[in-house]
Design a protein around this ligand. Structure first.
Ligand SMILES: Cc1cc2nc3c(=O)[nH]c(=O)nc-3n(C[C@H](O)[C@H](O)[C@H](O)COP(=O)(O)OP(=O)(O)OC[C@H]3O[C@@H](n4cnc5c(N)ncnc54)[C@H](O)[C@@H]3O)c2cc1C
Length: 161
């Protein structure tokens, strides 16, 4: 991705009169060097082959986006505590969008085609899948009901220690 916001416009913002883009990687022609390594993981976000390591975000699959990083990061953090406590790790069911994204990306990464794709709630093939499966909704009540049905409401607020 090329730096897209015009510098002359940016410099009109008070305090940013002398702003400049500094891109050590590729002179503003490539500020998106990513996915140099992705950890193989199970759907509870635990890295395969390492006893005490969990992963999230772009490291945990070919995920794109802040929402995806937050969702997988929250689960990985929660499961890190469970792991430390000797408790079974939580896997989110595929009847909710986050659980489905996590398991779908894991399945796809096994295939050559799947490794060419990226996984995000905001587009690419996953958005279509989410719609086809009836998982896409912007209705908060509907989403809350779905989460309640699988007994996961406020799951990350649960005190484990
Ligand atoms: C130009 C650009 C625009 C984007 N725009 C959007 C957008 O509008 N909306 C959206 O949702 N997403 C956007 N994204 C994608 C989104 O930013 C990423 O998918 C998300 O930030 C990934 O989060 P992450 O936690 O997986 O990785 P990162 O945010 O990359 O965090 C990884 C961290 O690990 C650190 N690190 C790396 N190696 C080591 C090491 N060896 N030791 C210690 N620390 C290390 C890095 O410094 C970094 O802080 C954009 C990405 C780019 C590049």
């Amino acid at each position: 991705m090329t730096t897209y916001y015009p510098l002359e416009k940016l410099r009109k913002v008070p305090g940013l009169e002398y702003a400049k883009y500094v891109d050590p990687y590729a002179g503003s022609k490539g500020n998106s060097i990513r996915y140099l390594s992705v950890a193989p993981r199970t759907n509870d976000m635990k890295v395969i082959g390492v006893d005490n390591l969990l992963c999230a975000g772009e490291k945990a699959g070919l995920f794109v986006g802040h929402t995806e990083a937050i969702c997988t990061g929250s689960l990985a953090g929660h499961n890190a505590v469970r792991l430390m406590m000797g408790m079974p790790l939580l896997i989110l069911p595929s009847s909710i969008a986050i659980g489905d994204l996590i398991s779908f990306a894991n399945e796809k990464v096994e295939t050559r085609e799947g490794r060419k794709d990226r996984y995000t709630f905001a587009g690419a093939s996953y958005f279509k899948r989410m719609q086809e499966l009836g998982l896409y909704s912007t209705d908060k009540d509907e989403i809350n009901d779905r989460i309640k049905k699988v007994n996961l409401d406020n799951i990350f607020e649960q005190k484990l220690v």
